[in-house]
Write a protein that binds this ligand. Structure first.
Ligand code: BT5
Length: 267
């Protein structure tokens, strides 16, 4: 029987990417993170991948919405079962965002940057985001899901009410992009980087080097009083180091905070 386009794509992923153990394509779903959470709780193996063409409840952090017209974007989630403590989970966001960066460079010849803690950007314009969600006991993670959304073949710049300037890969390269090649390349890069992590190679310095945030004046807003200062680096666990006017360096952990350049306002 003839295979659908999606089945062929997924089989290529299973063949070419050692990390991917099971792959499922859903034409439309609520949120790939939500689907994978249910599978993770039921014991799905590390390397399970969910890919969709449309989300009816795509999410960012703090239940913010992730917007993507049908078939315009890469929308997928991958399951990790790493030997890590809960407070180390951010390393998975680091390695996946670096994997996206590798793949965009390798397949499109384009250098994208990152914005602390979970954005893919190009000169301050957001083109993708990662949503890492975990389940853990006191000792270690039971699972971590990294959901990735990337604007590929659409122009998001006219969407009202977004928190920062936005763009897409097709806007940047000036041509439509084959999403399946990019997806395969991202998963291959993530697979390589995850193997490296397992041998003890922590990607914090490389991630810091890719962050457009470093050197910028920032305001960190969260549950506590806002901190204003200069982003001077990241700690090995991914915490942002912000030096205030008094010279004191604050550690800001990824979580319920937003970082914006000083002098601008979040929508
Ligand atoms: C993120 O959150 O950037 C993480 C987005 C993760 C989406 C993926 S898609 C696959 C998987 N399944 C899901 O349900 N989610 C993941 P955050 O840093 O909180 O940013 C959210 C903010 O980005 C929103 O409040 C908007 O301002 C903005 N935004 C929404 N859609 C956007 C888009 N397509 N491009 C750029 N910015 C967008």
């Amino acid at each position: 029987m003839a295979q659908t386009f999606e089945q062929e794509t997924l089989q290529v992923l299973l063949r070419d990417v050692p990390f991917v153990t099971e792959a499922r394509y859903l034409p439309s779903t609520t949120s790939t993170n939500d689907v994978l959470k249910t599978l993770a709780a039921d014991g799905a193996p590390e390397g399970t991948l969910i890919v969709t063409d449309e989300q009816t409840a795509g999410r960012g952090r703090l239940d913010r919405k992730w917007i993507a017209p049908p078939a315009s974007s890469l929308l997928f989630s991958v399951l990790f079962r790493p030997v890590l403590a809960a407070q180390q989970a951010h390393v998975l966001t680091m390695l996946c965002s670096l994997g996206v960066r590798d793949a965009v460079r390798d397949t499109l010849g384009l250098n994208v940057g990152l914005k602390w803690p979970n954005d893919i950007v190009h000169r301050g314009h957001k083109l993708g985001g990662l949503l890492t969600e975990i389940d853990a006991d006191t000792e270690r993670l039971r699972w971590a899901i990294v959901g990735i959304g990337i604007n590929v073949n659409w122009d998001p710049s006219a969407v009202p009410g977004l928190a920062q300037p936005v763009t897409s890969l097709s806007n940047l390269v000036g041509a439509p992009i084959l999403r399946q090649d990019l997806l395969r390349s991202i998963l291959q890069a993530v697979s390589r980087r995850y193997d490296a992590l397992k041998t003890g190679l922590w990607p914090a310095r490389e991630w810091e080097g890719a962050l457009e945030t470093i050197g910028q004046r920032v305001v960190v807003e969260g549950p506590a009083t806002p901190i204003e200062g200069t982003a001077v680096g990241v700690a090995p666990d991914g915490a942002l180091l912000v030096r205030t006017a008094s010279g004191q360096v604050h550690r800001v952990v990824a979580g319920d905070v937003s970082v914006r350049p000083s002098g601008t306002h979040d929508a």
